[in-house]
Design a protein around this ligand. Structure first.
Ligand code: IVH
Length: 707
C-alpha cells in the first residue's frame, strides 16, 4: 500500500479486520479442501503457510476473531479422513534431493567416506526412474495382500485396502519362491498419460472436476469412498522398495526387486546398476531424453546403494535414507504469451476455452495450445488475452497454464468474458443447471443443438469413431473437409457419398489429396459398416449421457432398435413417471438422466428424420447376448503389456475375459500368450526368456477375430 490511509474509527477498523478474517478463513478452508479432499492443491506449501501466518497475526491483533471456528485452532491437521488409519511397520520416509551433477558426485563421495570404501573400490549404485505418483505400502502376510496404506504422515497412513484391491496390476497373492511370511512392499501408484487424458476428457464432458496432473488424478482415484470408482480408473503400480519384512529374498536392491517381479509385482523395467558416478549421470541424461516417451510421469532419477549391508550401515539422517538420493529433473515449465482464448464447441455443445499461445518449447516439445478447462478456471486464475503466462506440460501430455505473470500484463488486457452465444451458430449458450448444488454448472453449452454446425461436425466425428461405427480412414480431418464442402451433413450422407460423388460434376478424385485408390478404400470401408451392432450404433448416435456402457445396457435390455424406439415412444407419450417411462428407468445401469436424454432425442422430429434417413442405408444388427463362448483363446492364460494403440489395456482385458481367456498380471510358464504393445518392458523380456508366444496387438486382434 503506497498511499497513507485516512485514520479510521476503531469500529471501522474492526469491521475491516472482520472482513479480512472471513476472507482469509474462506481461502484457507478452500485450500484445505483442495489439498486434503480433492487432491488438487493450487498453491505451494510455502504460500499456504503464509496464509496461516497471516491469520494468526490477525487474530493476535483482534483476539475476538479467534473463535473456536477459526482454522487457527487446527494444528495444520487435515480434516478427519473418512479412511481408517494404518500404522506402518516401518516408517515411510522421503528422499533427499540432488539438483545437479555436483550434488550426485557429493552423494557418492559421502557414502564412500561413511562406509570407508576407497575411491577406487567398487560401489554399485542403482539408477531408476523417480515415478511421480503417490507412494503406497502393501502388506503381504503369507503371500496374501492384507492391507494397503498411503504414506500419510510417514508413521500412519490411510487404509485404502479395498481400493487397492481393485487395481488389476496388484496381485492379491504373491506367488513363487522366497516370499517372506510378512513383507510391506512399497511403490508408487500412478496413472499413465493416455489414461489420464481419457479420464480428464470424460470428466470435462460430464462437467466434473478435471485433474491438474496424473499424480493428482491417481491420488483422487485411489482415495475414493466408493471403490467402484477406483475400479474404473486404470491405476498402475511400480514396486521399488520395502518396509517391514520378516526376511528378504536377496542381498542387494536389484535382487529384491527381481524377486518382487518373480512374485508377480510390477516393477519398473528401466532400473540399472551403475559402477561409477559417470554412469549414473549418463543414465540421468538418457532417461531425461526419453522422458516424454515413457507414457507416465517421472520427475527425476533415484539412485540407491545396491548392497543391502551397506544400506543398513548407512541408515537414515533425519527423514531420508543416507543410501539413496533423488536427482530431480528441471521442472517442465516455460513462459510465453497468450495470444487469444478460443472457444471450441464439442459434440454435446459444451464450449471449451482453449489458450492459443505464442509457440514455446516445454520439455522438448513445442506447445502452442493449452487447455483452460472452463470459464471458472479462467476467472480463478484471471487469465487474459495478451498475458504472459507460465505453461506447464502436466503429465507430459496436456499443456496447461499454471499462472499469469501479472507484472507483465499489458494495460490493454481485459478480463476474459465467456461468450454468451455459440461462436459456431450464434445460439444462446447457457450454463447447465446443476441439480445437486442448484446453481450453474461449470460447463456452458450451446443450445443450438441441431442447427449448430460445430456440434453436427463433432457428432459425425463421433459416429465414425473407433468405439462407435468405426469407419476406417474417415478421421476427423476428412469429416471436417466433407462437412465444410457440403458433401456430408448427416450420418446418412456418409453412405450415399460414393453414389453422389460418381454423379458429381467435381468428383473427389479430381481434387488434390484424393487418389482413386484411397477413395476406393474409403468407400469400401464405409460399405463394410453398413451392418452395425445395436450397441455401437446407439453409442454412435451421440445421445447425451449414452456412453458405451449405457449403450450396451440398453442394447442388452431391448435387443433391437425397433423395440428400443417403441419403448422410448411409449415413454414420450406417457411422460415422466408413467409406467413406460419407469420401465426404461428400471433397467440395470439406467437412471432418469438417461431416460430423459432418450426421450429428448427420440422426441425431436429432426432427430428421427436423420435417423430414418440413416436406416435406409444401414442395418442395425440385433444385440447378441455373449454366448458361453468358445473362442481361439478360451481357457488360455494371456498377459497384456506395453501400450496398445487400438484399444485400451482395460478394454483388451475385458474382451479377452469375455472370450473365455484368463488374464494374468505377470508372465509365467503357464502363460499361453503375451500381447506386447509398444514400450513393453519386463513382461516381454520374461516371456522371451520363458519361450512364451509373444503376439503383437494386430496378431492378437486377428486371433480373436477383431482385426
Ligand atoms: S525409494 C526411503 N524409489 O519419491 C524412501 N522412491 O521423494 C525410499 N518415489 O516417498 C523411496 N519413485 O514416494 C523410491 N523409484 C523410486 C521412487 C520413489 C518415486 C517417491 C516415493 C518417495 C518419494 C520421495
Amino acid at each position: 500500500m503506497t498511499k497513507s490511509p485516512k485514520p479510521k474509527s476503531k469500529k471501522a477498523s474492526e469491521a475491516d479486520a472482520g472482513r479480512v478474517w472471513r476472507e482469509l478463513v474462506a481461502e484457507i478452508e478452500r485450500h484445505d479442501a483442495l489439498y486434503y479432499q480433492q487432491d488438487a492443491p493450487e498453491i505451494s506449501d510455502a504460500d499456504y503457510d503464509a496464509l496461516r501466518q497471516k491469520l494468526t497475526a490477525l487474530e493476535a491483533a483482534h483476539p475476538h476473531l479467534a473463535t473456536s471456528k477459526s482454522p487457527s485452532h487446527r494444528v495444520g491437521a487435515p480434516p478427519a479422513s473418512p479412511f481408517g488409519k494404518i500404522r506402518h511397520g516401518v516408517a515411510m520416509l522421503s528422499l533427499g534431493n540432488a539438483f545437479n551433477d555436483d550434488d550426485v558426485i557429493e552423494f557418492a563421495d559421502r557414502v564412500r567416506r561413511f562406509l570407508k570404501v576407497g575411491a577406487d573400490d567398487p560401489l554399485d549404485i542403482t539408477a531408476e526412474p523417480k515415478i511421480d505418483g503417490l507412494s503406497i505400502s502393501l502388506r503381504y502376510e503369507q503371500g496374501a495382500l492384507i492391507q494397503a496404506a498411503t504414506r500419510g504422515d510417514g508413521a500412519e497412513g490411510e487404509d485404502v485396502t479395498a481400493n487397492v484391491k481393485t487395481i488389476s496390476e496388484i496381485p492379491h497373492q504373491l506367488k513363487g519362491k522366497g516370499v517372506p511370511d510378512v513383507i510391506e512392499v512399497r511403490g508408487e501408484i500412478f496413472l499413465g498419460h493416455k489414461d489420464f487424458a481419457a479420464l480428464n476428457a470424460a470428466q470435462a464432458e460430464k462437467g466434473e472436476k478435471v485433474f491438474a496432473n496424473p499424480r493428482n488424478a491417481a491420488a483422487g482415484s485411489l482415495r475414493q469412498l466408493d471403490v467402484s470408482i477406483t475400479a474404473k480408473r486404470p491405476l498402475r503400480l511400480f514396486a521399488y522398495t520395502w518396509g517391514a519384512a520378516s526376511s528378504l529374498p536377496g542381498n542387494t536392491q536389484t535382487a529384491v526387486v527381481a524377486a518382487f517381479k518373480s512374485w508377480g509385482l510390477p516393477v519398473n523395467p528401466h532400473m540399472k546398476v551403475c559402477a561409477s558416478t559417470d554412469a549414473l549421470l549418463q543414465y540421468y541424461t538418457k532417461l531425461e531424453a526419453r522422458r516424454a516417451k515413457l507414457g507416465y510421469d517421472i520427475d527425476g532419477v533415484v539412485y540407491k546403494i545396491n548392497r543391502l549391508d551397506y544400506q543398513e550401515r548407512l541408515g537414515f539422517v533425519s527423514r531420508s535414507p543416507r543410501w539413496a538420493v533423488a536427482h530431480k529433473f528441471a521442472a517442465e515449465q516455460a513462459t510465453t504469451i497468450l495470444r487469444s482464448i478460443d472457444i471450441q464447441v464439442g459434440r454435446t455443445g459444451a464450449l471449451t476455452p482453449v489458450a492459443k499461445l505464442e509457440p514455446v518449447t516445454v520439455g522438448g516439445v513445442v506447445v502452442s495450445n493449452a487447455t483452460l478447462h472452463n470459464e471458472d478456471e479462467i476467472k480463478r486464475k484471471d487469465i487474459r488475452a495478451g498475458d504472459t503466462v507460465v505453461v506447464q506440460r502436466a503429465g507430459d501430455v496436456i499443456p496447461q497454464i499454471v499462472r499469469v505473470i501479472e507484472d507483465k500484463r499489458p494495460a490493454s488486457a481485459v478480463p476474459f468474458e465467456m461468450p454468451q452465444t455459440c461462436p459456431a451458430c450464434g445460439s444462446h449458450a447457457a450454463r447447465d443447471h446443476d441439480e445437486e448444488t442448484g446453481s450453474g454448472d461449470v460447463v456452458r453449452r450451446c443450445t443450438g443443438g441441431l442447427v449448430c454446425p460445430a456440434q453436427a461436425k463433432e457428432r459425425l466425428k463421433h459416429f465414425v469413431s473407433r468405439n462407435a461405427v468405426d469407419i476406417d480412414g474417415l478421421g476427423a480431418e476428412k469429416i471436417e473437409f466433407f462437412f465444410d464442402t457440403g458433401r456430408i451433413k448427416t450420418p446418412a450422407d456418409i453412405y450415399t457419398l460414393a453414389k453422389r460423388d460418381a454423379a458429381s460434376a467435381e468428383p473427389l478424385s479430381t481434387l488434390k489429396g484424393f487418389g482413386q485408390k484411397s477413395l476406393d478404400k474409403l468407400f469400401a470401408a464405409i460399405d463394410a459398416r453398413r451392418s452395425i451392432p445395436l450397441d455401437r450404433f446407439l453409442f454412435g448416435l451421440g445421445i447425451r449421457h449414452i456412453g458405451e456402457t449405457t449403450a450396451k445396457d440398453l442394447a442388452k435390455a431391448y435387443l433391437t432398435l425397433d423395440t428400443l424406439r417403441a419403448a422410448s415412444d411409449a415413454a414420450i407419450a406417457g411422460g415422466k413417471g408413467s409406467d413406460a417411462y419407469n420401465d426404461i428407468d428400471n433397467i440395470e445401469g439406467i437412471g432418469e438422466t438417461v431416460v430423459d436424454a432418450l426421450v429428448d432425442f427420440f422426441g425431436e422430429p429432426h432427430n428421427t428424420e436423420i435417423l430414418d434417413a440413416l436406416l435406409k442405408e444401414v442395418t442395425v444388427l440385433p444385440f447378441e447376448r455373449p454366448k458361453a463362448v468358445q473362442s481361439a483363446v478360451t481357457g488360455k492364460t494371456v498377459v497384456f503389456t506395453g501400450t496398445l494403440t487400438q484399444i485400451t489395456r482395460n478394454e483388451a482385458k475385458a474382451q479377452a475375459e469375455r472370450l473365455g481367456a484368463k488374464v494374468a498380471g505377470s508372465v509365467s510358464k503357464k502363460t499361453n500368450y503375451v500381447i506386447a504393445g509398444s514400450d513393453a518392458g519386463s513382461k516381454l523380456t520374461n516371456a522371451q526368456a520363458l519361450g512364451v508366444t509373444v503376439l503383437t496387438e494386430d496378431e492378437w486382434l486377428s486371433l480373436i477375430g477383431r482385426a
